[in-house]
Write a protein that binds this ligand. Structure first.
Ligand code: ADP
Ligand code: MG
Length: 671
């Protein structure tokens, strides 16, 4: 048999040059193999016949058996349509064609038995089937068609008459032209063990299923294979990297760690923090390079964990670097870490884009001669002018803001590979983590420090501002601080979006007795920083901001997060914003303010936010609502888009199953 991946789909009967071009451009179908793997997005059961007296305008696709009694042309101009009055003896409906040629009346004769298929709608009190599929009743064996497949097509394809049913016909032709079964891709024993359909049967069944059970088996086999090969590749890659890359060995925990632990640590570590520190200590003493993803919900104390891990690296004679996604965050890390390490023999430095010239030189020198032990940096560290004496550990905070290529740049600043710890507070659903970060080992901080009161989240409409303002005033008078977040800085076409600056002015008028800060993305870094610092020092009580404060900022005294136009934010963003409060001992609140006009999806998001504080639950819900392609962090990887049939939101269990299988196979036989 010809290799179906090597020939052009153009030569398949019924395709030809112009359709081939269209298939290639619109669906990226270039070969017969691509066509085989262009799966239907749904199937409709055509084994059942309905009667007209049991249908209404709300049903999905239905089919009827009956006769066309008469034709009539209705309306004029662009509204002109052809109506066929149809009856099965239990009632009457109208078959409707909007753009029609004379062929319809010739092809579908009066008083002949037909099976018509379509989606019923109600128009002028009568039930319509627009553009139905029609087959002669004596030519159609319903038990044979079973489930009819539907393929996605684009508007352009539809205009050129390349419809779902055309694609179905092409696939039919393709199968008819095959002289042998499609070659199997998995070994026999593996197919048997896992109760899979052979590939040939699965491909036939996904395009022409006889019944729902056969369809289910076909989908299972194809999803299984798709996810299995992704996992096999990731695990093989991780395995060979572990086997081939020699890692730095950090044999001691060291005096710094012990001194900090016994003298400076302001509170006991949570069990989860202890566990992940132990996991990393073991990694760094294993002789292999550590590649670990540390997941922990907002406020779970990842910074402290990172710092303790960095102390281990330093005691073993190496430098450590933590990279933050924004200057605000880097400066905040710098402040926290230097004050925590005060009195210990560690030299800490900060490197950001705004540290230039004379202030930058000594830092660069210190990194090069090794006198700087611990660096806190932004992207600025990636510049070629920055080099290290001996960089032993890199911590990447809030990873999703860093590209993979940027991370790799850091590794190249040494002759040897440093250990790598990637931290993220954006809870990534397990299924996604397994595909995106499948080559990293994962540690999870699944416990918040004790004494935290869960944030109380409430929904308010923007009409009742009075009560909200009274609440803000009461909280500030008790000594608390407030965030008010707006979606945009300058309103543009979207006139219904509130303007941050207008909001700021309004808040100033309502609360003349308080000091108010404003921070947004278009301010100069220095200005932004100054406003931020005023809020940190409690010189301002209310912070009016855009989402620039979304990531990482830590002001434990802030206890209220008000999110204006909350319906405009995605779930993970709302959760990140909410994570800015609830960091101190006081009861904290998150108020989601919306207009009355809400889409179903925003109602769902608000419902989820008010119901749970659990980041993982929210991430799963987000994945289900939006699909993996939209989630932050998935864009660069491309993995989520390459799936033909598996769905990361729905097929989590299967993914876990094939991952275990792949792991067992690679462990038993790495080659
Ligand atoms: P995140 O994981 O979101 O980066 P942080 O590291 O900013 O969280 O920590 C949030 C707050 O919790 C900080 O104020 C930190 O000092 C505090 N914290 C961290 N660990 C503990 C602990 N074991 N007990 C009490 N407070 C802690
Ligand atoms: Mg953090």
């Amino acid at each position: 048999m010809k290799d179906l991946t090597k020939i052009s789909v153009q030569y398949l009967p019924g395709v030809g040059q112009s359709r081939a071009a269209l298939l290639s451009k619109e669906l990226n179908i270039n070969t017969p193999h691509d066509l085989l793997y262009y799966f239907p997005y749904k199937h409709i059961d055509r084994s059942r016949l309905y009667y007209i007296n049991e249908i209404d305008g709300n049903m999905p696709y239905i089919q009827l058996k009956g006769r066309i009694l008469s034709y009539e042309t209705v309306g004029t101009g662009r509204k002109m349509r052809l109506v066929g009055h149809f009856s099965d003896g239990t009632g009457f409906i109208d078959l409707v064609w909007f753009q029609f040629g004379s062929y319809i009346q010739k092809k579908y004769k009066l008083n002949t038995d037909y099976i018509v298929f379509g989606k019923p709608t109600v128009f002028n009190g009568r039930i319509n089937l627009a553009h139905p599929d029609i087959d002669a009743a004596n030519e159609l064996d319903l038990s044979e068609i079973g489930l009819r497949p539907y393929y996605n097509t684009t508007e352009r394809m539809k205009r050129m008459n390349l419809t779902s049913s055309t694609i179905h016909k092409l696939v039919t032709t393709l199968f008819a032209s095959l002289t042998e079964p499609i070659p199997e891709t998995l070994p026999d024993f593996f197919i048997q063990q896992n109760h899979l359909l052979p590939l040939d049967s699965a491909l036939r069944a996904i395009h022409f299923p006889k019944n729902p059970e056969q369809l289910r088996q076909a989908e299972y086999r194809l999803k299984f294979e798709e996810l299995f090969y992704i996992q096999l590749n990731i695990i093989r890659y991780a395995h060979s990297r572990r086997a081939n890359v020699k890692g730095l060995r950090f044999p001691i925990v060291g005096q710094l760690f012990h001194d900090f632990y016994s003298k400076k640590l302001p509170f006991p570590l949570t069990n989860a923090q202890k566990r992940v520190i132990r996991e990393m200590r073991d990694d760094m003493n294993s002789g292999k390079q550590m590649n670990r993803l540390l997941q922990g919900d907002v406020g779970s104390g990842k910074t402290l964990v990172a710092m303790l891990t960095m102390l281990i690296a330093i005691s073993n004679g190496y430098q450590a670097c933590i990279m933050a996604p924004t200057e605000i965050l880097a400066e905040q890390h710098y402040a926290t870490i230097s004050s925590m390490l005060e009195g210990l023999p560690v030299s800490v430095a900060l490197l950001t884009g705004s540290i230039r010239g004379k202030r930058r030189e000594p830092i660069l020198e210190g990194l090069q001669d090794g006198s700087v032990n611990l660096l806190i940096a932004t992207h600025a560290v990636l510049e070629d002018t920055v080099s290290f004496h001996a960089l032993g550990l890199v911590v990447v905070d809030e990873q999703h803001r860093f590209g993979v290529a940027q991370r790799a740049k850091l590794w190249n600043k040494n002759d040897f590979l440093p250990h790598v710890l990637v931290m993220t507070a954006t809870p990534i659903p397990r299924t996604l983590a397994m595909t995106l970060y499948g080559d990293l080992d994962v540690s999870v901080i699944d416990e918040l420090p004790p004494g935290r009161k869960p944030v109380v989240t409430e929904h308010r409409y923007d009409k009742d501002k009075g009560a909200l303002f009274r609440f803000i005033r009461a909280q500030v008078n008790e000594g608390r601080q407030i965030y008010i977040v707006y979606p945009l800085i300058k309103e543009s076409e979207k006139m219904d979006l509130k303007n941050l600056e207008e909001g700021y002015k309004n808040i100033k008028e309502v609360f003349p007795e308080f000091n108010i800060s404003m921070v947004h993305g278009q301010m100069k870094p220095a200005e932004k920083e100054e406003e931020m610092q005023k809020f940190v020092r409690n010189e301002t009580q209310i912070m009016v901001a855009t989402t620039v404060i979304e990531v990482g900022v830590n002001v434990p005294n802030a206890s209220v997060m008000i999110i204006e136009n909350a319906e405009r934010f995605g779930l993970s963003q709302l959760h990140q914003l909410r994570g800015r409060v609830g960091r101190g001992a006081d009861q904290s609140y998150c108020i989601l303010v919306t207009s009355f006009k809400l889409t179903n999806e925003s109602i769902k998001r608000i419902e989820i936010m008010t119901r749970t504080n659990d980041g993982f639950e929210i991430a799963e819900a987000d994945l289900k609502l939006r699909g993996p392609g939209d989630l932050e962090g998935t864009q660069q990887s491309g993995i989520a888009f390459d799936l033909h049939i598996a769905n990361l939101a729905r097929d989590g269990q299967l993914l876990q199953h094939v991952r275990n299988l792949a792991e067992r196979i690679v462990t038993e036989d790495p080659d």
